[in-house]
Each structure stands twice: as C-alpha cells, then as structure tokens.
Design a protein around this ligand. Structure first.
Ligand code: F6R
Length: 364
C-alpha cells in the first residue's frame, strides 16, 4: 500500500534516505569502513576501461558514475544510451568492464546491449534492483541496489540507490588502482556514511519546493541547468518533469546555454539550477546571471554558502544541507524529483501512471 501517502511516487520519494542507507550497508563493511565487492572474474587494478550503458534515468545515473570513475579512480569510461550503444559498434578492448544499470533488469534495449557487450568480450557487471531478472541471470556479477519494489512508473529511489552502488564501486576501484590516498578514501567514506541523515533533512524544505512548483506549474517550457557532475542531475530533473507533469523541459550543461538555448529565455521560462557551492559555482553563477539578464526567473537548489551569493539574483532558493561534493549529485536529486512531483500535483496529472509510459519497457 501507499502507507498514507497520496501516491506511490510520494511514498518512494520519502524512502530515499532509507534506501541509500540500506544500499550502502550492503556495499560497505561497517567495521573497517571499506567497500567490499563480490568476487569478480577480473582484476579491478588492471581492467583497461569501462563501458557504461543504460536507458532513461538509469543512464543519467551512469553519467554521474562516469564522472566519479574518471575523476576519482582515473578509469577511462565510454558511455551511451543502450539503444545507441548496441548499434555504434565501438572498438572495445577485450577484458574491459561493461557496467549495465537497470532498476527492472528487464529493459529490452539494455538487455540487448548487454548481450552485444558480452559478444565483444566485456565482463558484464550489472547494477540492478530486481536481481532475479533476465539481466540478473545473464550477468557475470550483480551489484544489487536495495531499493525495494518501485511501483511509481517514474523512477525515484532506484536512482539514488544506483548512485549509492556506483559511488561505492568507484571507491573500491580507486583503491585497487591506487588513485586514492588513505585520507581521501576516509573522507569519501565519511561522506557516504553521513548521506542518509543529510538526505532525511531534505524533507524540511517542502514549503520552498512548493513555492518553486507554483512557478514551474504555470510555465510551458522549463530549462534545467547544471555543470560537471550536476549536469546529469539537471537531465534527471527535466526528464521527471516531462514524464509526470507533461511540461516541456530541457536540460543543458550550464556553460552550453550561451551557444544556443539562451535565445529561448524570457520571463516566461523558469530556469531550474542545480548549484551546490562546491561544484564549479562561480561558473554556474555567471551562467545564471546571463539568463537573468534576459528576464529568466531563477529557481536554484544550492547550500547555505551558495544561497548567500544568490541573494537578490534568484527568485526562489532551496537551501540544502552541506555535503562533500562527492555525494552532492545524490543529495540534490531528491529535491529535484520532489519538485516534479509537486508540479504534477498542481497540474492534477496521473502521477503514478503517466500517459504513454510503462514501468518496464520490454520492446526495443
Ligand atoms: C524515468 C524512468 C525511465 C527508466 C528507464 C530504464 O523516470 O523510469 O527512464 O529509468 O526506462 O528502466 P530500467 O532502470 O528498469 O532499465
């Protein structure tokens, strides 16, 4: 049941903190505070590169995973949506790691890509919520999320669970490859351990998120902006808004706005920005000021330090808890999905069963 919530999506949004905690618990030994992976059929220290593929929200989780793997573990990563990866026929080094990400484990495009990657002699590591699934059976290794059943067609908690697995995996690979100092690894692990509590604090921002929602609900088009590892969070926010409120939304890497989409901006186009003070903030701020100069209304997710800089610049600000930049994309996803939910409520759409969509897409 919905446990007193109006929709499964609302219930599942509130499960983020618990799901993140449970998923991390499965990946991390609490005594040593180190990530423990299942036995792998290859050596993480010498694996030449990773190829990441998935669809929809799971693909955006993969994009965040790419930032982590490249930045922290210095592992080269190739990534594409599954429906393209399959036909792109990229030259892959045999013995590479293929990372497939899927809530359902049944998505036809992702499954087909998995089989093609196996034929290309990649080791198949999948990040799944439904471990007893076709993809689960066909993987060399399954890294399970612990998200529990996700009923809402729009994915919420599975996304932060996927990220919790990918963040842990990154630390393990960084350790194996010797790219993390002991102190850096300790700091990353502390950020992960703190995350469930910080995630729970997000729900104190309901009023601020609803003020944003009132503006977004009146718009025909919405622009989502983020940079670096927050760009995929912007993509996730725009997808969720489109899916359940039927408002047209597009996400751009904030620095790319001036290369085209800025021509769309006027006072009728709200701009949602994902802007923690710790990630390329000055760059994002100057991109936002350009948008504001053209009449754009800025709705910004940031932290206390960011909020001080945005005073008088942004129309609405949601002030999130301070976290290490490493886990910021996980934390910021929660209010961004929440915003889409609040907009859908105002629009009166069928939140859990949006038109034209199915929970698991089993056709290619
Ligand atoms: C978005 C959404 C979809 C899925 C995509 C992949 O809210 O739910 O974009 O993320 O269809 O599904 P899985 O993860 O089951 O492979």
């Amino acid at each position: 049941g919905k446990d007193g919530y109006r929709h499964y999506m609302e219930k599942e949004l509130h499960e983020h903190p618990v799901v993140i905690g449970q998923t991390l618990q499965r990946m991390i030994d609490p005594a040593t505070r180190r990530v423990v992976l299942p036995d792998l059929p290859f050596d993480l220290a010498t694996v030449p590169r990773a190829v990441v593929t998935a669809c929809g929200s799971a693909f955006y989780a993969g994009m965040i995973g790419r930032y982590w793997l490249e930045e922290l573990a210095r592992l080269p990563v190739d990534i594409d949506v599954a429906s393209e990866m399959r036909y792109r026929n990229p030259p892959l080094t045999p013995g590479g790691m293929a990372l497939l990400i899927s809530q359902s484990g049944e998505t036809a495009d992702t499954l087909a890509a998995m089989r093609a990657l196996r034929a290309d002699k990649q080791h198949i590591v999948s990040v799944l919520n439904m471990e007893q699934s076709t993809m689960g059976r066909e993987s060399d290794v399954v890294l399970g999320m612990v998200a529990g059943p996700e009923i809402s067609v729009a994915s919420t908690k599975a996304f932060t669970a996927q990220l919790s697995v990918l963040a842990s995996l990154t630390v393990a690979i960084g350790r194996a490859r010797g790219t993390l100092s002991e102190a850096r690894e300790d700091a990353l692990m502390s950020a992960l351990f703190d995350l469930p509590s910080r995630a729970a604090e997000v729900f104190t921002n309901g009023d601020a998120i609803r003020s944003m929602a009132a503006i977004v609900a009146k718009a025909r088009d919405v622009l989502y902006l983020g940079r670096g590892i927050c760009f995929p969070v912007a993509l996730e926010g725009a997808l969720k808004l489109k899916e359940i409120s039927y408002i047209h939304a597009e996400a751009y890497a904030a620095g790319e706005m001036k290369h085209g989409p800025i021509s769309l901006i006027d006072s009728s186009v709200p701009i949602v920005a994902i802007a923690p003070s710790t990630i390329l903030f000055d760059k994002v701020l100057s991109n936002l000021q350009e948008a504001r100069a053209r009449g754009g209304k800025l709705l910004v997710f940031t932290d206390a330090a960011g909020a001080r800089r945005l005073k008088g610049v942004a129309e609405e600000i949601v002030v999130l808890p301070d976290v290490d930049a490493f886990v910021a994309p996980i934390l910021y996803t929660i209010p961004v999905q929440f915003l889409a939910y609040e907009v859908a409520l105002l629009k009166g759409t069928d939140v859990d069963q949006p038109r034209n969509l199915a929970k698991s897409v089993t056709v290619e």
